[in-house]
Design a binder for this molecule. Structure first.
Ligand SMILES: Cc1ncc(C[n+]2csc(CCOP(=O)(O)OP(=O)(O)O)c2C)c(N)n1
Ligand SMILES: [Mg+2]
Length: 675
């Protein structure tokens, strides 16, 4: 059980008077002004405006331990409006986070500091997620709240915390916010509390230039509890958060604030949003706020008040440790394993059995079906895998038989019907992964990777293990036509650093790619899978995960190869047929399957060289654009693939129409050889 909020309020050490509250909030304001001024860049407006809201939240409600920012049962705080980063840096310093020293605040936005321009969870202890692209943090928070409820259903009261979000006008204007709040409202995530910094100002000026949404009504329509308060009234803030705790729905509190609060001429204007206030304005603000300390100095009694607030959760933490210790030892071990992100020991056996069965009874099926089969085995062995689909469950094949759906009535379900909300899904998955304890995987069509891309990019930046199953991966999907046929998506995804893009060629490779996606703890993955059936090309059992090298010779040449044929996914079978045609013409060709460019790229030079080989002619075949392939085949290599958008027709007709056939591949190789 969550202790009543009152248990986290220590009357000895907390500001009860308005004057004390104001001085504590002003410490945030002063540090934000000073750091932005010193850096000569940054955003003072949000920290100054939201300082009252943050002071109430962090001194009276938030459950956390500054000495252990990774404590599993801490409340999560997400600053969705990442431009206000100085707000969290100031809070971390004031509350006594070990690493956040005053020197770090002085080095705001400098190379190697713990205080980058926007919050980066991989740089700064105590930052829950990387924010800046507006709306993403809110989406992450929905995922955190999902993970919390799911793990509470599984582990009971050792998982019992809230997720708080500070969101700005921009966060709520972004389309992703609609997907996020609709999902949260539907799932009745009542541990999710959004504090909306309702200041009516964005970069261009007053919000009225571009927006007239009633956010309270909008959230209510999505199934939230929503209210409007004065965001500079500590009692109103406290009351609103108290009632959020009592709600059976998620809560949005629109906190009416003044951006740049305290700045004599710039408060309430876009002028305080994103640039240093300047010496005169800062002087005026110090006077107005009654803050006489020098830059970066916090009076001892105020610092002491904040530091005491930092210790508030001590007894709650101790009680949690006791509850954890009272669990049976294997449950404790399981909780720790999942929280650390370690895979269960039996995974290797599951993969081995699966591959052995395939060697005994090869299967000619689509890789999306192969993925379903892999998931039947993997999800049984890896209970932390949480599946889902953006309303394409039957097409993506991401729901193993018997996997229960998650709902507001039963959070123990492991399959999420995300609805037609790819962007919200991808952002929520990031939040689930960041929460720890679950491994989210999703489903949609590869062409809609574009609808997930901003969140996938952040997963890659953060190094989070989220796995996107993206089916219908080329013109091979056929009749739905060019709107649904990805051509540039593989290249676009491969361009994202630290994202593993897998395109397996058969049922064996599909399992191997799944294994790699799970084992690569610090990278997100995309599995690009076919709609159409493919032959099983790997018919003998390999103990080794051959896809781990990123590329490997799947069909060697007879003797020294004149031609290297490279392909991925559905095109590997095509080049194997081309290899036979070339053999008939007396040309020795080898076939290299390239399930993952990124793993090939990260292999050592000698391995890479060996797999790329030194044949006279390199040919790459992929039903997509050429971009990216030159790194493998060289700029004088031959590419057989797509040069524009696809078309609507049965897929065999399309492959013929676009010239992606064994005959065309063989012809291209022969002509390059000068034959
Ligand atoms: C997706 C995205 N688009 C644009 C921006 C650039 N940007 C940063 S803050 C901001 C809007 C500022 O308004 P608001 O969110 O209300 O923040 P406030 O000025 O009140 O602090 C914009 C457009 C961004 N960070 N993310
Ligand atoms: Mg604003």
């Amino acid at each position: 059980m969550t202790p009543p909020a009152a248990a986290l309020r220590d009357p000895e050490n907390l500001p009860h008077s308005r004057a004390e509250h104001d001085r504590m909030a002003n410490a945030i304001r002063a540090l934000a002004m000073d750091a932005v001024e010193q850096a000569k860049s940054g955003h003072p407006g949000l920290p100054m405006g939201a300082a009252d809201v943050a002071t109430v939240l962090f001194t009276k409600f938030l459950k956390f331990d500054p000495s252990d920012p990774k404590w599993p049962d801490r409340d999560r705080f997400v600053l969705s409006a990442g431009h206000g980063s100085m707000l969290v840096y100031a809070l971390l310093y004031l509350l006594g986070s070990e690493s956040m020293t005053i020197d770090q605040l002085k080095r705001f936005r400098q190379l190697g500091s713990l205080t980058p321009g926007h919050p980066e969870n991989f740089e700064t202890p105590g930052i829950e997620t990387t924010t800046g692209p507006l709306g993403q943090g809110l989406g992450n928070a929905v995922g955190m709240a999902i993970a919390e409820r799911h793990l509470a259903a599984e582990f009971g009261d050792i998982v019992d915390h809230h997720t708080y979000v500070l969101a700005s006008d921009g966060d709520l204007m972004e389309g992703i916010s609609q997907e996020a709040i609709a999902l949260a409202g539907h799932l009745k995530l009542n541990r999710l509390i959004v504090l909306f910094d309702d200041n009516g100002i964005s970069i261009d000026g007053p919000l009225s230039l571009a927006d007239s949404v009633d956010q309270v009504k909008r959230f209510e329509a999505a199934g939230w509890n929503a209210s409007r308060i004065d965001g500079h009234d500590p009692q109103a803030i406290e009351r609103a958060i108290d009632s959020a705790h009592a709600s059976d729905k998620p809560t949005m509190i629109a906190c009416r604030t003044t951006i740049g609060f305290g700045a004599p001429t710039k408060a309430g204007t876009a002028g305080s949003h994103g640039s240093p206030l300047g010496a005169d304005e800062i002087k005026g603000a110090r006077e107005k706020l009654g803050w006489s300390s020098a830059p970066f100095e916090v009076p001892a009694d105020i610092l002491q008040g904040w530091r005491a607030a930092g210790q508030r959760s001590k007894s709650v933490r101790k009680a949690w440790e006791e509850r954890l210790a009272s669990l049976p030892v294997e449950r404790r071990g399981e909780f720790a394993r999942r929280h650390n992100g370690d895979l269960p020991l039996g995974l290797g056996d599951v993969v081995r059995r699966f591959k052995q069965d395939l060697a005994n009874a090869p299967k000619e099926i689509a890789t999306r079906i192969a993925s379903q089969n892999a998931l039947e085995a993997l999800t049984a062995a890896v209970p932390e895998m949480i599946g889902g689909s953006a309303d394409l469950t039957g097409s993506n094949n991401t729901r193993p038989k018997g996997m229960k759906a998650m709902s507001a009535a039963d959070y123990s379900g492991r399959f999420i019907h995300y609805g037609i909300r790819e962007h919200g899904m991808a952002a929520a998955m990031n939040g689930m992964a960041l929460h720890r304890g679950v491994i989210p995987y999703s489903g949609t069509f590869l062409v809609f990777a574009d609808y997930c891309r901003p969140a996938i990019r952040l997963a890659a930046l953060m190094g989070e293990r989220v796995i996107h199953v993206m089916t219908h991966d080329s013109i091979g999907l056929g009749e739905d036509g060019p709107t649904h046929q990805p051509v540039e998506h593989l290249a676009a995804l491969r361009a994202i650093p630290n994202l593993l893009v897998f395109r397996p060629c058969d049922t064996v490779e599909t399992m191997e790619c799944w294994q790699l996606a799970l084992e690569n703890k610090d990278s997100p993955s995309v599995l690009a899978l076919t709609r159409q059936n493919l032959p099983q090309l790997r018919t003998t059992y390999d103990e080794e995960n051959r896809c781990a090298a990123g590329a490997y010779e799947i069909s060697p040449a007879d003797g020294k190869a004149d031609v290297s044929l490279f392909a991925t996914g559905s095109e590997v079978a095509i080049v194997i047929d081309a290899q036979k045609l070339l053999k008939g013409r007396g040309i020795a060709a080898r076939v290299v399957s390239v399930p993952c460019f990124e793993l090939l790229e990260s292999a050592d030079g000698a391995t890479r060289k060996a797999v790329i080989g030194s044949a006279k002619v390199n040919v790459a075949v992929e039903a997509a654009v050429r971009q990216g392939w030159d790194a493998i085949i060289g700029s004088d290599g031959v590419f057989v693939g797509m040069h524009g958008f696809g078309a609507s027709a049965p897929y065999n007709d399309l492959y013929r129409h676009f010239g992606i056939t064994p005959e065309k591949v063989a012809e291209a190789a022969l002509s390059k050889l000068g034959n």
